[in-house]
Ligand binder design. Structure first.
Ligand code: SAH
Ligand code: SF4
Length: 398
């Protein structure tokens, strides 16, 4: 892994080489074939050239057509004249003391998105937390992303790009056959992935494709706030692990902190979890549960949680997440001893309920803080600079 100075200082800043309209990243094989036809590649070569291009983009991770050494020079030139496989602008590249990494990337239309790499305890591998939207239409009260309006869905290319950028910085090309550093993916960044279903599905299919990045679907988890009508499709069409942002065990509390519950209440959500394709086998559904002081953390809540998971006969695992406060948030993190008590109760009932330790706090990479803080930071810098400019101008005129 590349070594970086630690702390919150932005380090490497790279120039963009992405052109949203001409990128080949994010296309499926048929679409790549169409593009090759457009530039006059003979029909009998289409399949072979498609395989080559795919291999270079997703197995080798090259950023320019020039590097595609087994592709003839004139074809490489034609490709480069018409398409790109470059990366977006990276405006922040941060490394936390605990090994967490964060990249803020900017797409050509000016929208920004964050991706976070969280190493596991042994630090020899880790999980990439990928965003699916810029902002979010849902307004969960504990979530900072929820205070931003939705700007737009990310394209397939932009979702895949987050993975490619992380691999670039972790120095993990070509795709290792074993011992990967970037060993799993969670769709737990900004946005609700099931509200951008098609692009998320297509991007994950590329990430899982065995001729390229070849990440197993067992190593990918999609997190949803509970968009019930799309859950079955997620199992059938993508086949990845499912995580549910549960956070409350009564409709009353869940309605209050997660307004989507009014549309798809707990009974419907848990029934959809019970019926999730693959959930009956060895795969467990993960339930994310943020510990909010005096809101959802009582002994009775723990009892209700166990009761509900049993009632719906769900093969479950619970992740207890100490709430991450952000400026203006109205909640507090539960007391450590209450979190522990809650966890023990659920464990004693035979359901795994580990307490997640907050990661990357020194680089604002924690859950529910994505993007907004960086935006705020730069806004405050801008204001500071404006104030300085004003002072300077005032100085000149006085
Ligand atoms: N929209 C999807 C995917 C985003 S996942 C979903 O909600 O599941 C983001 C995760 O971070 C969710 O589990 C969310 O509940 C959690 N989260 C949001 N704000 C948080 C906060 N302030 N502290 C801890 N976790 C938070
Ligand atoms: Fe959106 Fe998920 Fe945050 Fe809720 S928790 S506002 S669904 S990103």
């Amino acid at each position: 892994m590349q070594t970086l100075p630690l702390g919150t200082e932005p380090t490497v800043v790279s120039r963009p080489t992405l052109d949203a309209d001409r990128t080949m990243v994010g296309l499926n094989r048929a679409e790549i074939g169409d593009r090759l036809r457009q530039i006059g590649i003979p029909e009998k070569q289409i399949k072979m050239r498609t395989t080559q291009v795919w291999h270079w983009i997703y197995y080798r991770g090259v950023k320019s057509f020039d590097e595609m050494l087994n592709v003839s020079k004139d074809v490489r030139q034609k490709l480069a004249e018409n398409f790109t496989i470059g990366r977006p602008e990276i405006i922040e590249n941060l490394a936390s003391k605990d090994g967490t990494r964060k990249w803020l990337m900017k797409f050509p239309d000016g929208n920004e998105v964050e991706t976070v790499f969280i190493p596991d305890k042994a630090k020899d591998r880790g999980t990439l937390c990928v965003s699916s939207q810029v902002g979010c239409t849902l307004t969960c009260k504990f979530c900072h992303t929820g205070t931003q309006r939705l700007v737009r869905n990310l394209t397939t290319a932009e979702i895949v790009m987050q993975f490619l950028v992380a691999r670039d910085h972790l120095g993990e090309w070509p795709t290792p056959s074993e011992g990967r550093v970037l060993s799993s993916v969670v769709m737990m960044g900004m946005g609700e992935p099931l509200y951008n279903f098609d692009n998320v599905r297509d991007a994950l299919k590329i990430i899982m494709d065995d001729q390229g990045i070849a990440l197993s679907r067992r190593r990918i988890t999609l997190s949803t706030s509970g968009v019930v009508p799309e859950m079955e499709r997620c199992g059938v069409e993508i086949g990845v692990n499912l995580a549910i942002s549960l956070h409350a065990v009564t409709n009353e509390v869940r309605d209050e902190i997660m307004p989507i519950n009014k549309k798809y209440p707990l009974e419907e959500l848990l029934a959809a979890c019970r019926d999730y394709p693959g959930a009956k086998g060895s795969r467990r559904i993960t339930f994310e549960y943020i510990m909010l002081k005096d809101i959802n953390d009582s002994d009775e809540d723990a009892r209700n949680l166990v009761r509900l998971l049993r009632k719906y006969d769900i093969h479950a695992k619970v992740n207890l997440i100490p709430f991450n406060p952000w400026p203006g948030s109205n909640y507090q993190r539960s007391e450590d001893r209450q979190i522990k008590r809650f966890s023990e109760y659920v464990f004693d009932a035979g359901i795994s309920a580990p307490i997640r330790s907050p990661r990357g706090e020194d680089i604002l990479a924690a859950c529910g803080q994505l993007k907004s803080e960086s935006e705020k930071m730069r806004k405050s810098e801008m204001l500071k600079q404006e104030a300085l400019k004003q002072q300077a101008e005032d100085g000149i005129s006085s």
